[in-house]
Write a protein of this length. Structure first.
Length: 94
């Protein structure tokens, strides 16, 4: 089903978001993207847009603001409205 706005179905949109997130490097270890690092907790795509939940590697991670901004830019670049939230629970683990 194609949305009236012309955007593809949710499944295809979610895959596109995950691909875009794989292009966001960890600012402290740029050879690793945030998906590979495991800090992307969830991606939810619906009629309202995209919600991305991140879990930092530790609570006071100084790079989180930069990562949140990069995630927002990557998803907005797909033509999506995005909300990025950070959740400390459950805690990140490798």
């Amino acid at each position: 089903m194609v949305r009236p706005s012309g955007q593809p179905p949710f499944e295809g949109r979610e895959q596109a978001v995950w691909r875009a997130l794989r292009g966001v490097p960890d600012p402290e270890i740029p050879v690793i993207d945030i998906v590979e690092l495991g800090i992307v907790r969830a991606v939810v795509v619906d009629e309202a847009g995209v919600a991305v939940t991140l879990t930092p590697t530790f609570a006071a991670c100084p790079a989180m603001r930069v990562i949140e901004d990069e995630v927002a830019a990557a998803v907005t670049g797909l033509g999506e409205d995005v909300t990025v939230t950070t959740s400390l629970h459950p805690p990140w683990s490798s």
